[in-house]
Design a binder for this molecule. Sequence first.
Ligand code: ADE
Length: 226
Amino acid sequence: MRIDILSAVPELLESPMQHSIMKRAQEKGLLEVFVHNIRDYSLSKQKQIDDYQYGGGAGMVMMVEPLARCIEHLQSARTYDEIIYMTPDGKRLDQSEANFLSMKSNLMMICGHYKGIDERIREHFVTKEISIGDYVLSGGELAAAVLVDSIGRLIPGVLNDGTSALFDSFQDNLLAPPIYTRPADYKGWKVPELLLSGNTKLIEEWRHEQSLKRTEDRRPDLLDKD
Ligand code: ADE
């Protein structure tokens, strides 16, 4: 999969892409992430990318031209399955959206700054708008990093244990059960006996019960989802 991210602050995306599972996905050749500085596509001498809002009002707006030039440049080389604008007024990201996007080949993500981007970019290029939650970030970069991570780990072969993403919280609309590692007894805080028993069938049943209980307690809304 190839992901192109358009940003006014590309530095914000460096670290999340260079460590841990995202790093491994790229090293294995399963994921390519390219970050493009929108400023490089400005035609003005000062490399301007934002301007005042028509109609007045506080806050700057990201201009149509640098964004359009960057998008068209990328589109001239390949077809994008989705051009995604990261915005708090988009559809809330969930596991089923991450699953859907993980099956695509070419994704573009646009990170907004200031008040947001000129509406004409949304009208003429954007195919999907995604929010990572009901709060406002200073820009779309951290949201894009979250989206790339949620998608990247689902690409077949990225996780060592091919099945482990399947058992994540949310994959079956259930939260994950409690997990433990050594020691079995830390200052009297004991790991549930059953997990040490080696009885895989009973352990599976216990985990499922715990998942259900946790979901009922914390996120009952998930149990009503399709
Ligand atoms: N940009 C600013 N806030 C955002 C959010 N909550 N989700 C996605 N993009 C954003």
